[in-house]
Design a protein around this ligand. Sequence first.
Ligand SMILES: *[C@@H]1O[C@H](CO)[C@@H](O)[C@H](O)[C@H]1NC(C)=O
Length: 162
Amino acid sequence: MANASLMTVALMAICLSPLISFALAAGKFNVVGKVYCDTCRVEFETKLSEPIPGASVKLECRKEKDEVVAFSREAVTNATGGYNIPVEGDHAEEICEVRVDKSPRADCNEKMEAWEKAQVELSGQDGLAEPTRIANNLGFRKKEAVPGCAQVLKEMGFPFTE
Ligand SMILES: *[C@@H]1O[C@H](CO)[C@@H](O)[C@H](O)[C@H]1NC(C)=O
């Protein structure tokens, strides 16, 4: 009995090891990032920006810009506005971008050029295959700015006009 189960374990290890090394060679990444509400309508992050839970984002890799999508995966942000998209395969020959899709907040759902998408590198060819790839923050613009923006922007050294 003991020998039989040992055999099974040994066989499984032999059968699985090529799969494991294939997975490592092909690359396995985690794209992580956050989605914010631009509460000051300035298209950059301030201390009044709010994380948005329940926002959907979409990762897409294309062979070349505007070409057919080679890889696509969606995710929804968690309680702190964070998302984590697991990716298999090496995408060295592709342009991969994560972009905001839908906001659950009716008061904060305007897309904006600056926070709409972020490019991520999904290739381990440089030999430094750090699996976690951090995307720039994404966000939606709030329909109306919250009070306090003028003060916050002044602190940041920006003028603020309603
Ligand atoms: C939300 O997701 C981010 C990115 O994966 C993670 O770092 C964070 O711990 C998560 N927060 C919660 C409350 O689950």
